[in-house]
Ligand binder design. Structure first.
Ligand code: GLN
Length: 454
């Protein structure tokens, strides 16, 4: 098969299903086809890692010359970004073909894709249901067969939760494993870019390509990138699994619990052992996360002022009016809610009571994980308390929407890597995700455990 055929196949599938799935915000059709034709010329004498493979990129990852909106109206006119994110540079070096930019909740704030200011992406398994979020488009596009690989970003679960809902594989790497240069920032101390794929092997392969130290991102770690594909041995004999009791408690539905228990049985059969453990500060994770992430978001989003880039309101009376109107018109409700919450939490007089306190609790949460990892190789539990919910079910109730991420958020606060892999279906035929969490920079063991179960 030629690269041209492969790329055409991708666009053909998009034409067939994307009117309903709405996974893409922007397509890169012309440029991709041109690139495919060029790659076909070089074929045979190039061993680039992702040679000719179609890939979709979440729309908060900057792509030179290709519209990048972060799901927001305020960037709807950012048609011609001036540079590529580091991960995109790496994809280009590996000679993959960027098919288009994937739908997402505005500025990655959301769990259902319903906060996208373009269209709400749908779950390909049943389009009455949400695909999850914020990387809903990234997971849906892979699940619907529009692209084999995609990139998402995960601040509090935004790769793993949509991967779980759409029945695909999604990994949030260790904080610092992948460069954030060119990722439009939501909460800088939590954001990580990661791969979404159909198999664990593809996922490991893609992480190998995008990971590594980057001088453009001072928070990227100078730690060697192992060959993750080599850790896929199929052997988990003697592996010690911790199962947090907090992850199988009330809020988690029976079918999800059953699926996770069945998975643990499989691990036992393969020679691994598991025991119940505790992450006692998990109950504070949600409030901690919303304080920290909203505070950082309020600072990060201050740059969208209608002056340097993005949309500028018309007919402003003066400069202040221009700032205010541009932001009032350009941001959606959820984004405004977070900016207000964050600005409040950072304001003098409240800083100590909220932001500082949240940072202290964050350390306790991180310590919980480190303690468990003294005795166990991985932590396993569900990715989400329930399978996907119906479109419209939670839009009016931010608190229940937030509660959806209760099992993924602690992982971001601790900075450790976590993957979601499919582990069964609900009675309604919707996928259920199994979450495997590892030690800092130990994605290899996470992949090994995931691959053995797959
Ligand atoms: N759903 C969470 C939020 O709305 C997580 C989002 C994310 O990981 N980007 O903040």
């Amino acid at each position: 098969i030629s690269v041209t055929d492969l790329v055409e196949e991708s666009y053909k599938r998009i034409e067939e299903v994307d009117e309903e799935v709405q996974a893409f915000i922007t397509l890169n059709k012309e440029a991709a086809k041109k690139q495919a034709a060029e790659l076909d010329q070089e074929r045979g004498n190039d061993d680039a890692k992702l040679f000719g493979l179609p890939i979709g990129v979440k729309d908060n990852i900057v792509t030179k010359g290709l519209r990048t909106t972060a799901g927001s109206q305020i960037l709807s006119n950012l048609d011609d970004p001036l540079y590529d994110a580091t991960v995109v540079n790496k994809l280009n070096d590996a000679k993959s073909v960027t098919i288009g930019k994937l739908n997402m909740d505005e500025f990655a704030m959301g769990s259902s894709n319903e906060n996208s200011s373009y269209a709400a992406a749908r779950n390909p398994w049943n389009t009455d249901y949400v695909p999850g979020g914020s990387s809903g488009g990234s997971a849906a596009a892979v699940a619907a067969g529009e692209v084999p690989y995609s990139l998402g970003s995960d601040t509090g679960g935004s790769i793993r939760q949509p991967a779980a809902y759409c029945g695909v594989v999604g990994l949030k790497p260790t904080y610092g494993r992948v460069s954030r240069f060119g990722l439009i920032a939501f909460a800088s101390s939590l954001d990580q870019i990661g791969p979404i794929t159909r198999s664990v092997e593809d996922n490991a392969f893609l992480l190998e390509t995008i990971a590594g130290h980057d001088k453009m991102d001072s928070t990227s770690a100078n730690v060697e990138v192992p060959k993750y594909t080599e850790s896929l041995t199929g052997d988990v004999k003697g592996m010690k699994i911790g199962v947090p009791k907090e992850y199988l408690s009330e809020g988690v539905s029976e079918e999800v619990k059953e699926a996770v228990k069945a998975a643990l049985k499989e691990y036992e059969k393969m020679g691994a052992t598991w025991e119940e453990v505790s992450l006692p500060h998990s109950k504070y994770a949600l409030s901690t996360y919303y304080l920290i992430s909203s505070s950082e978001a309020s600072a990060n989003l201050a740059r969208f002022d209608g002056v340097r880039y993005g949309k500028r309101a018309e007919d402003a009376k003066n400069m202040l009016d221009m700032f205010m109107r541009s932001r009032a018109e350009g941001f959606g409700d959820e984004v405004k809610r977070r900016i207000m919450l964050g600005t409040f939490a950072l304001s003098s007089g409240y800083y100590d009571a909220y932001y500082k306190k949240a940072q202290q609790v964050r350390t306790l949460i991180k310590n919980d994980f480190e303690k468990v990892f003294e005795d166990y190789d991985v932590i396993i539990g569900p990715t989400t308390p329930t399978p996907a919910f119906k479109v419209g079910d939670k839009v009016d109730d931010p608190m229940t929407m937030y509660a959806n991420d209760i099992l993924t958020i602690p992982v971001n606060l601790a900075g450790v890597p976590g993957i979601s892999i499919p582990c069964g279906f609900s009675g309604d035929g919707l996928p259920i995700g199994l979450q495997i969490i590892g030690k800092h920079f130990d994605e290899g063991t996470v992949y090994r455990a995931a691959h053995a179960f797959e």
